[in-house]
Design a protein around this ligand. Structure first.
Ligand SMILES: [Fe+2]
Ligand SMILES: [Fe+2]
Length: 264
């Protein structure tokens, strides 16, 4: 079996365009961000978290929709291997959703942050030491480059926030990608403006909260959960699918109004 991708050169990983080189680069960047997160507080901590979300969620979403299906098709134990990392991704989504509701300076918030850091590091180790060396043993360098291209394209249009209800597998996550991404990336712009200001402007906070609600409501549309393994499923809770549909249509309308005004 190949050694951990942490120990391989760019050439051994299949070149600059290989999915393995791209993965390793993101994992190094994540490690730097997690070091910045340690000991950060207030708006500074929120800014680091925004950078972590923008890196981690599209990265993982593209793994779930492009890479893990290939591993399930090509490896005998692909199901078991990918399910383990899907559970880690699911926990990250649930922890970040909890973090959205927790005040700064509370014990619960620091416990959630510690666990988040721990799971993110475990996920990187599982992928670099186990999953990717296994993938390397069944596909050639041209396939690694082709996967690198697909993974990169999906990553660029994928959601940037936590979505614990959406399926961790196709077809649900593929259907969910674009609508959730539009809501999330609008929220990123609003939140970046909030944390750049010295005082959190109440109007922007309300817009951000509305977009958070719209994103979570969208997740509850039934087809976005299709393909999910039972063990990574989160119950729909109190949001019914009709409420979700109404919220989704209202959210899309709001975004259309915002974007058409910006263009004028
Ligand atoms: Fe990764
Ligand atoms: Fe991952």
């Amino acid at each position: 079996m190949h050694p951990s991708i942490a120990e391989q050169s760019v050439e051994q990983l299949g070149g600059r365009l290989s999915v393995l080189t791209r993965q390793k680069k993101d994992h190094i960047e994540l490690d730097e961000l997690l070091q910045r997160l340690e000991g950060s507080e207030g708006a500074d901590q929120e800014r680091v978290l925004l950078d972590i979300y923008a890196l981690v969620f599209p990265h993982a979403f593209a793994e779930e929709s492009v890479l893990w299906p290939v591993m399930r098709r090509t490896l005998d134990d692909g199901e078991e291997l990918t399910l383990a990392v899907e559970r880690e991704h699911q926990e990250v989504n649930e922890l970040v959703t909890r973090l959205e509701t927790l005040e700064h300076g509370t014990l619960e918030r620091s416990e959630v942050l510690d666990r988040l850091t721990e799971v993110l590091r475990e996920d990187v180790r599982d992928e670099e030491d186990e999953l990717f060396p296994r993938l390397q043993s069944v596909v050639d360098r041209w396939e690694l480059r082709r996967l690198g291209l697909y993974w990169e394209i999906v990553r660029r249009i994928a959601p940037t926030r936590a979505h614990p209800v959406v399926a961790r597998r196709p077809p649900g996550n593929v259907i969910a990608a674009l609508p959730l991404s539009i809501v999330d990336r609008t929220r990123d712009l609003v939140d970046a403006a909030r944390y750049a200001a010295r005082v959190d402007p109440p109007a922007l906070r309300a817009v951000s909260k509305g977009l958070t609600g719209a994103g979570h409501a969208l997740e509850h549309l039934p087809f976005m959960k299709s393909g999910e393994d039972e063990s990574t499923r989160v119950e729909s809770g109190s949001v019914g699918s009709r409420t979700a549909l109404v919220a989704a249509v209202a959210g899309a309308g709001l975004l259309l109004v915002l974007f058409s005004r910006r263009r004028r």
